[in-house]
Design a protein. Structure first.
Lengths: 626, 237, 298
């Protein structure tokens, strides 16, 4: 048996887990793990032809289980996601090395568990990405869920509660997926992708509906799609800093990967299009699109109300997932490219943002947006990273988030979907409001006295952040680089491919060339700077207390900062719309389950147990036979 | 204080004629675009709305009201200044960007007017800040206000209205008067001395025993410089 | 296109925008004066103001971001002008299209927002919070309108959108083809100018001119320049979307000034709305009109 490139990658990943487990208590464990991630990334780079339309690489390892072959393989789709996974793992692990690690240990954190959980996450994600049939997909899926649980739960306290909530959702999702797999097996007789592809075209509508709902719900839970989004923000926000950067960057995209694989590649988005909902004008695809749009809007506006920087970012993470799904559901060349590109872009800026916020926590000890302010003079580089990140998150030029969102908008425009288009823009506007609050309350405004001696984040944390900021800008300037990978992914899952160039997209009905746009933008800034610095007199830097206060004399003990209830006017109007309906829904489901289980318990205890067993068994037999 | 040394000696400026034209143009623009901050201290403020609105229309002279001292060129003191108010007036004046001009409207700003005997009123405004122009009257009509403003415009155009430099050059004198009135602990959040240094407006009168007194108790007001702080000592926990 | 020619265009377009913008400021102030039965400022008043502000000898800065904010506010608009075709010059309009332009137009305000943030003045921060809220209010009808126009023209390229309208003379103008959208666009445009009754983020009597509170000298001067660009961009964008752009400079400028005169004349007759009333108004009428208009287009 010869080892293929894929085997090498998985082997290295396994070794990383082992190293973290056995040597994780030693001091340089963090660096060792980071280097091993680097090696994994190199192994992935050897498979780079995949990203440019190369042939899939399969693993030499196969199993026979109950007549089913379990196999693993990498194609363009897996490669693209694996690249993002390993990249974010490498950078967040790098970030964790050095000072953050020391502080974490001093404050009583279990570093061994942290590294182990991270490596396990990466390993299980790679296994999931490499799955070659539905059974191995399911195994990978379960591994990812539990590895994620480990990482989320490790901080203890609130984090464990959030993680419990996550695992409850994940198990429910796994049940749905398992049901879906069983259904597929019944109709296709096999779990191999090829067999399913042929079977999918002949499935009845009801059957297809059932599958779309089961798989959609199962994978959607991981992605945090509405109405299954509640677990995600608290779970990600409570994870230790670099862990939340990693989870926020890629973890929930595994759901998107599975949706792409199963719903788009196997069942075909066109088949789904034919699923009409009776008595309405919409079909299953519209339904998905609207779910995507609600996933954009509601979490984004929830984010706006958060007063904790990490919670705010985590809520945005959910919202941005909506753009990806929206682009994919539109499924024309531009939309799909936008959705897929957004996975990459989101991973870069979300990781950068979480890292920047963690750096602030590292230095000031809080992420409470009402207890910070003015830090730009003390942590200018972190400010810059956060600024780059929020421009990306808000989807404005010149950062990469703009390109992917532009593609999604264009596709909605081309297909003539005004409501979805407007909803997507509302999401973007909400994001702008919310990220301004983030940067203003942390870095702008008045510097508090207690933060006067704050230092910039240590270089061990700064360098990964700066690398990410550079990636965000460069892929914004030259979106052609990731678009090439995206194009081969589109090919691999059978979607139309857009006509990309190095600077953007070429299209008869309006193209985009970021090189020009950014060039002109910076030229404009240059001219603006010339006017500003040379056409006017000198200015003098003054202390923040030398400030207009209607003639009042400001002193250092006066808090002269506007941070709480930041969008007061807006909240006056829409504040009443936040009803927590989804929380209520979750609560009621929970109570219902509790009530039922209580009832069942009572029945079971009081009545003749054997009778119930017998009748259940009879019922099952009858169901199977009939 | 308009000291004898400060009487401008008009020298025919030589040099680049283009630069002279440019200077002339800038002075002209300055005189034709005046943003006023009316500090409505006393009764006189009531005469300003008519001066701004349809009857007299200040805007045709390029004069318009502004809100914060940062934006304004002219500080209009419209009436008697109580001591409590004067503190705010001084802070406001110091926060304005130069070239800045002060106009005292109403007799009360000239010499205390009918509040001469009041214990709580500052009598002469020009003891505390350089005043470019007084418009006397109890209270002056809008015509008088406009005439005064036009006078100021002429002075700006000809380059005579530079009393704002006097505040920097003779800061010790003004500070002394302020300290006499408000006590020795007097300090505004603005920092005139570093500003004078920054813009090279230091003169003999800038420093003196009053500024020494200020420096003794002054709370530091340096601008917060952007810094990485990697050379700082690790805070002990 | 020869590179030299392109560079000249790229430099000329913002310059023209600035000069025309100054005249628009003048027009705005003259209209206000006429409505209040005043004479109003002299012809060169906007120039005097800008020169005066830039010639201030002392001014304060609250830090580097404060400076950069002003640079971005001016620079963002300078860049945006090159995406806005005018008669005889298209700049790089083909390379970005209208969505890009829409987003580039946000850059100056957001740059300014950063700068104001560093001033550490709550009036400024409140002003920015309100300005962003206002943006949320008027951008929703605006994107509906832009969606309608772009969908009807079948392109996001502004040059093509203008060409489509000029193809059949007056009848093919956007405003004639899509009158409902044109009305919705006019309301949204009025709000985006930030003039009364939508002036919630300046509100001099309430939050001391909000974002401008700590701006002195050339900082304020930069904002005056930005205002010229803003007036120009808004009205020219409207002309390009609905009034068929311009074939000659004369009719182009005529249309732009006339379009701008409408909201400006309305503005000075009104006091100010509160933030939530602005939101309510914007999300109700122009959105409704816009959606009806889009329904016609589809
Ligand atoms: S001069 Fe007359 S009108 Fe003016 S403040 Fe004094 S008392 Fe009032």
């Amino acid at each position: 048996m010869t080892l293929t490139l894929l085997d090498e990658l998985l082997l290295f990943s396994g070794v990383t887990v082992l190293v973290a487990m056995l040597l994780g208590r030693r001091l340089p464990a963090g660096w060792m793990v980071t280097i091993l991630y680097g090696i994994q990334l190199l192994a992935l780079m050897k498979m780079a032809p995949l990203g440019y339309g190369g042939e899939p690489i399969s693993s030499a390892l196969t199993f026979e289980v109950m007549g089913q072959t379990l196999s693993w393989r990498f194609d363009a789709l897996s490669w693209y996601f694996a690249l993002i996974t390993l990249g974010s793992a490498l950078l967040s692990s790098w970030y964790a090395c050095g000072e953050w690690e020391q502080r974490f240990r001093q404050s009583g954190g279990n570093l061994w568990l942290f590294h182990l959980a991270m490596t396990l996450n990466v390993f299980s994600m790679l296994i999931l990405l490499a799955s070659g049939d539905l059974l191995s997909l399911f195994i990978g899926w379960e591994l990812v869920s539990w590895a994620g649980f480990l990482l989320m739960a490790m901080a203890g306290g609130v984090a464990t509660k959030a993680a419990m909530r996550y695992i409850t959702y994940a198990m429910a999702g796994a049940m749905a997926i398992f049901g879906g797999i069983a259904l597929v097996y019944v109709s296709a007789g096999s779990l191999q992708y090829e067999a399913i592809l042929t079977a999918a075209s002949q499935m009845s509508t009801a059957h297809l509906w059932m599958l779309v709902i089961l798989f959609g719900a199962g994978f959607g839970i991981k992605m945090g799609l509405m109405p299954f989004h509640l677990w995600q923000a608290p779970a990600y926000a409570e994870t230790p800093g670099p862990g939340s950067a990693f989870l926020g960057a890629i973890s929930s995209r595994m759901g998107l990967f599975a949706i792409l694989l199963v719903l788009v590649k196997l069942f075909g988005i066109v088949n789904i299009d034919s699923l009409k909902i009776p008595f309405t004008l919409i079909d299953a695809r519209d339904l998905l699109a609207w779910i995507a749009v609600f996933t954009i809007i509601f979490p984004t506006f929830t984010a706006m109300k958060q007063n904790d920087a990490r919670q705010l970012l985590a809520w945005h993470g959910i919202g941005q997932g909506g753009y990806m799904l929206l682009g994919l559901v539109v499924a024309d060349a531009m939309g799909a490219a936008g959705g897929l590109l957004h996975v990459f872009n989101h991973a870069t800026y979300q990781a950068a943002l979480f890292m920047a916020v963690t750096a602030v926590i590292h230095r000031t000890g809080t992420a409470d947006l009402n207890k910070l302010g003015g830090l730009v003079v003390r942590m200018p580089l972190t400010f810059m990273v956060l600024l780059v990140g929020i421009i990306g998150l808000a989807g404005l030029p010149p950062m990469n988030g703009f390109v992917s969102k532009w593609l999604v908008y264009r596709s909605l425009l081309n297909e003539g979907m005004p409501l979805l288009f407007v909803a997507a823009v509302i999401g973007t506007l909400g994001t702008i409001l919310s990220v301004y609050k983030l940067i203003h309350n942390i870095f702008l405004g008045q510097l508090r006295i207690e933060h006067d001696n704050v230092k910039e984040a240590p270089w061990s944390m700064m360098i990964p952040m700066l690398i990410l900021a550079a990636i965000i800008f460069i892929t914004g300037l030259l979106p052609g680089i990731p678009l090439a990978w995206v194009a081969s992914v589109q090919q691999a899952v059978g979607l139309p491919v857009s006509d990309y160039t190095l600077g953007g997209v070429e299209s008869a009905s309006g193209s985009l060339d970021m090189i020009w746009v950014i060039g002109v933008l910076f030229a404009g800034f240059g001219i603006g700077a010339l006017i500003f610095y040379f056409a006017g007199g000198r200015s003098k830097r003054v202390h923040q207390l030398d400030n207009y206060a209607g003639g009042h004399f400001l002193t250092a003990d006066v808090r002269y900062q506007y941070s709480d209830n930041f969008y007061a006017g807006l909240m006056h109007l829409i504040g009443g719309w936040y009803r927590g309906s989804f929380l209520w829904l979750e609560q009621s489901v929970k109570s219902l389950v509790e009530f039922l289980s209580l009832g069942m318990q009572g029945l079971y205890r009081r009545a003749n147990a054997e009778f119930y067993l017998l009748s259940t068994a009879l019922f099952v037999i009858a169901w199977v036979v009939i | 204080m308009s000291s004898i040394k400060q009487i401008p000696v008009i020298t025919e400026r030589k040099g680049n004629p283009l630069a002279r034209v440019f200077d002339e143009f800038v002075r002209f623009c300055r005189s034709r675009s005046l943003f006023i901050l009316h500090y409505c201290t006393g009764c006189g403020a009531i005469e300003l709305p008519p001066a701004m609105t349809s009857r007299f229309d200040m805007e045709r002279l390029g004069i318009q009201p502004m809100v914060s001292p940062r934006q304004a060129d002219i500080l209009l003191i419209t009436g008697y200044v109580s001591i409590k108010t004067l503190k705010r007036v001084i802070l406001t004046y110091e926060q304005m960007g130069s070239p800045k001009y002060v106009i005292g409207i109403c007799s009360c700003t000239v010499n205390g007017g009918m509040y001469w005997q009041s214990y709580a009123t500052a009598k002469k405004l020009d003891e505390y800040m350089p005043v470019d122009l007084y418009i006397a009257g109890c209270m002056p009509r809008p015509e008088a206000v406009l005439a005064g403003l036009q006078k100021l415009m002429d002075r700006i155009h000809s380059g005579e209205a530079n009393s704002w430099e006097d505040y920097f050059r003779n800061y010790d004198y003004y500070l002394g008067n302020q300290q006499k009135l408000f006590g020795e602990n007097w300090q505004t959040p603005t920092d005139i001395i570093t500003e004078a240094k920054h813009y090279d407006l230091i003169d003999e009168g800038t420093f003196g025993k009053h500024t020494q007194l200020l420096e003794q108790h002054q709370k530091p007001l340096e601008a917060l410089d952007m810094r990485l702080g990697h050379d700082l000592k690790e805070p002990t926990e | 296109m020869a590179p030299m020619e392109l560079i000249i265009e790229l430099l000329l377009m913002p310059l023209v925008a600035f000069v025309v913008g100054m005249m628009m400021v003048l027009m705005m102030r003259r209209i206000a004066a006429k409505l209040q039965r005043r004479i109003g400022p002299p012809f060169f008043q906007p120039l005097y103001d800008i020169v005066k502000l830039h010639s201030k000898q002392t001014q304060i800065s609250h830090g580097l971001i404060h400076d950069i904010g002003i640079v971005m506010a001016m620079g963002g608009y300078i860049a945006a002008e090159t995406l806005l075709p005018v008669p005889g010059m298209t700049g790089i309009a083909e390379k970005g299209g209208i969505i890009t332009l829409l987003y580039l137009m946000m850059i100056p305000s957001l740059g300014l927002a950063l700068g104001v943030g560093q001033c550490a003045n709550p009036n400024g921060s409140i002003g920015i919070a309100r300005a962003l809220t206002a943006m949320l209010a008027y951008d929703i009808p605006l994107v509906i309108v832009i969606f309608g126009v772009a969908y009807a023209a079948g392109t996001t390229n502004l040059v093509d959108i203008i060409a489509v309208q000029q193809a059949g003379g007056f009848e093919t103008w956007g405003a004639v083809q899509m009158p409902v959208l044109a009305i919705a666009g006019l309301i949204a445009m009025h709000a985006s100018l930030g003039k009364q009754p939508f002036e919630i983020y300046i509100a001099p009597a309430e939050i001391a001119t909000g974002p401008m509170v700590e701006m002195s000298g050339k900082y304020l001067g930069g904002l005056f320049v930005m205002q010229c660009f803003q007036l120009y961009t808004t009205s020219v964008l409207y002309v390009s979307l609905f009034l068929g752009g311009g074939t000659t400079w004369f009719d182009f400028l005529l249309k732009s000034f006339l379009v701008l005169a409408i909201p400006v004349s309305i503005a000075y007759l009104f006091p100010r709305y509160r933030t939530e009333d602005l939101l309510r108004l914007m999300w109700k009428w122009p959105v409704m009109l816009g959606l009806i208009g889009v329904a016609f287009v589809l």
